[in-house]
Ligand binder design. Structure first.
Ligand code: F6P
Length: 361
């Protein structure tokens, strides 16, 4: 065992859950204890538990059962301690002061935060306040700047691709078009990857505003060529050219006022424009529930074990990231407040275009 003066470390998961979180926690705890003798303290429900000192000793957990389990054993929340902070009505403490108390009471030498953009932005803010913090990249959206991959993404691709394949068979039987709504409010990585893997005819992404006339033209041409069923993989954040011209606030307001998600509207528009009977299927939380794929177990395990080295080497203020297949330290300052979206020259997008998939533009 190597000597390390990082003795006690808090661990939390925050934001939407993703398959692979438990595998990452397991690897962190096993490697941290075996290599450096680090003691891990679990924090319940993300930054909520950090503020409320809702902690427990991780020794009580059967780590091996975690490798392939879904969700997060720590629980999660979307609490952001630096967003509109108000004093707690009981203690009078601001969130940041309550967090200082939690660090003191538990004798934390460091904190590991597993999460997406919001989580790692808060991790950065905490490191700016002087805390020893390490971030880890988890999200089915794959939208963290500074890491080529995030765990959860590949499992979600598998689920969404299987969903599209199942919907294709019923579309074929009924000679219908099916709009399949895929998670991804701000970015369309999941829609792009599962749409291509699922052989979609049209893929709609938040990054590429769609023109319904162009989609209809594409589908009509396929129909004339003899195709009787159509799959439109539609990211939940897909938007029309008209919507893309709205101010951010106006767009948000319009979306909040809508009674159904975008896929239902797209289906209605397609039916009107093409005359093809069209249905909608929202894949929803199936995409981030359930157990992780072997790919995500391996990725999460690798990142979790590397996080233990980051702790011992005091590489604080960094995200344990992966780039070109190698573990690297990406400064949290690079990650904070950013979103990795699909650029027009992305190779997977180009592949989709090469295959004749319509992106609505
Ligand atoms: O975890 C990311 C994500 O799945 C997004 O794709 C989706 O828009 C969002 O979370 C929805 O999560 P919730 O309903 O839990 O806020």
């Amino acid at each position: 065992m190597k000597a390390s003066n990082i003795k006690t470390v808090g661990v939390l998961t925050s934001g939407g859950d993703a398959p692979g979180l438990n595998a990452a926690i397991r690897a962190l705890c096993i490697a941290g204890k075996a290599k450096y003798g680090i003691k891990f303290i679990g924090i319940h429900n993300g930054y909520r538990g950090l503020i409320d000192n809702d902690t427990f000793k991780m020794d009580s957990i059967d780590l091996d059962s975690l490798i392939s389990s879904g969700g997060t054993i720590l629980g999660t929340s979307r609490v952001k301690p630096f967003k509109n902070p108000v004093p707690d009505p009981k203690t009078g403490l601001l969130p940041i002061d309550a967090i200082k108390e939690t660090f003191k009471k538990n004798k934390f030498d460091a904190l590991v935060c597993l999460g997406g953009n919001g989580t790692n932005t808060t991790a950065y803010q905490l490191s700016q306040e002087g805390f020893n913090v390490i971030g880890m990249p988890k999200t089915i959206d794959n939208d963290i700047v500074g890491s080529d991959e995030t765990f959860g993404f590949h499992t979600a691709i598998d689920v969404a691709t299987q969903g599209i394949a199942a919907i294709r068979t019923t579309a074929k039987s009924h000679s219908r078009a099916m709009v399949v709504e895929i998670m991804g409010h701000k970015v369309g990585w999941l829609g792009l990857y599962s749409g291509i893997a699922g052989n979609a005819d049209v893929i709609l992404l938040p990054e590429i505003p769609y023109d319904i006339k162009k989609i209809a033209k594409h589908l009509k041409a396929k129909k004339e060529a003899g195709q009787n069923n159509f799959i439109i993989a539609c990211s939940e954040g897909a938007l029309s050219v008209e919507e893309s011209k709205l101010e951010k606030k106006e767009f948000k307001k319009a979306r909040e006022a809508a009674t159904q998600s975008v896929a239902f509207r797209v289906a209605k528009e397609i039916e009107e424009e093409t005359g093809v009977e069209t249905r909608t299927s929202v894949l929803g939380y199936l995409q981030r529930g359930g157990f992780p794929s072997p790919y995500d177990i391996l990725l999460a395990t690798r990142l979790g074990a590397a996080a233990a080295d980051f702790l011992a080497n005091k590489q604080f203020g960094n995200l344990v990231a992966i780039k070109n297949g190698q573990i690297v330290a990406t400064p949290l300052s690079v990650v904070a407040g950013q979103v990795k979206s699909i650029s027009e020259n992305d190779q997977m997008l180009q592949t989709g275009r090469d295959l004749g998939i319509c992106f609505g533009d």
